[in-house]
Design a protein around this ligand. Sequence first.
Ligand code: FE
Ligand code: CA
Length: 524
Amino acid sequence: MKHAFDTHGAQVRSPTRREFLGLGLRAAALVSMGTLPAQGRESSWRARGNPFALGVASGDPAQDGFVLWTRLSLDPLTDGGIPQDPVGVRWEVALDEAFRRITARGDVLALPELAHSVHVEVEGLKPGRDYFYRFTAGGERSPMGRSRTAPAPDSQPTRLRFAVASCQSYQSGYFTALRHMADEDLDAVLHLGDYIYESGQWGQSPVRRQGPEVVSLAEYRARYALYKSDPDLQAAHARHPFIVTWDDHEVENNYAGALPSDDATPEAFLARRAAAYQAFYEHLPLRRSSMPRGPDLRLYRTLRYGALADLYVLDTRQYRTDQPCGDGIVRRCDGARDPKATLLGAAQKQWLLDGLARADARWTLLLNQVPFAQLDNDPGEGARYDTDKWDGYLTERKTLLESFRGHPARPVIVTGDMHANVAVDLKQDFEDPSSPTIGVEFIGTSISTAGDGDDLPSFGEAILRANPHVRFFNGQRGYLRCTLTAEAFSTDFRVLEYVKRPGSPVSTRATFVVEAGRPGVQTA
Ligand code: FE
Ligand code: CA
């Protein structure tokens, strides 16, 4: 192929030596020298097949680029079969699907210390347009991906469209929703967590088997590889850039900061968290700023989509204090009002409040994991709240609600976790239905978790009856499709008929609109 290098000045920065300190000196030395492995080593494995069995992905769009991701593996159901050496990988970004007009390319090393994953931060591209990308290694070529840069920060895009995904349990059903998402015209997919489930088998008859609970790095890697082998997940990644955060199941059900929900010691749990965070980084299109350091990984961040939307990606797991009142759906206790109770941790909370105070985009979108609105689960006289959600952290929620009140863009929160579609008016005082509405939350249902589902399950009826600020509830599988213009923020609840068999059609169950300057959801 002709050497059409950097025709638009695109470039990629190699990771600094310091960024690789946690990964061993051999890797750091190789990266700083930019040494590629001898070609002879590659010939010993490339005869065995195509090493892109886990697909390709892109993520975290900026106005001038995005992250490209792949992980070399010859077989998702084993350790991948790639020799324990660094492997040279070429990446190419083009303006056309035939790759005649290549606008950026480069070579990187896939390191065994990072499970032969590749993260390329492409720069120098043009804002708000589509690009195509692919990788080559050992003479084999990857599938092609498409990505899209964000609009220029001060531009006024006429329309943005995002899909919102969460909770993809492999054993609960097929990822048909992701296949339909791949057919949408989107700027990005916002994935709000439970990308994998760490758990062992649920119930007697899983739709697909995923094996026992995972704890070690090798086990988390294998779990990601299994999920990544899914053709519908691969299709969604190849078609759209993803902006991802996590919830609990990327590590362990309902963990809180350094506290496990099982009886592991804090030391053992932090070792597990480090393994889980590393595997998360290795399998998702994240920037170097999210390189894990032991049990720590900086995931909260901001993305700007022109003057139309600022996206705040939250992490409500890594820094949170323990769930109060016992972890579950319980009567409210004093612990929920503890001023020290936090989901964000002090640094992230300050980052968010500072950002909201300065935000000047038309829409401010918070990518949140667990439901923000008050949700009473008791349809009768009593009140019972799920303390794993913001309902367990009332002081911090009140602080955020107060910051929304003075905010011209009246933030819109998108949330996963609940395995249900919900549209909610956020009230200044949830106990008083006549208090002002000062924001909106759209909760998106699961991709597959909880199986086929129903339009209105009994717990949905209870929630609707007990919470007048909840405007809509649906218990099917699917995803949100959010369309943003200067005038309105519109959310389509896209639902499937079933997930226990492949091939369900998708339809729009309901559409709700937020008009700019008028907080609260309206029926479309
Ligand atoms: Fe979930
Ligand atoms: Ca969850």
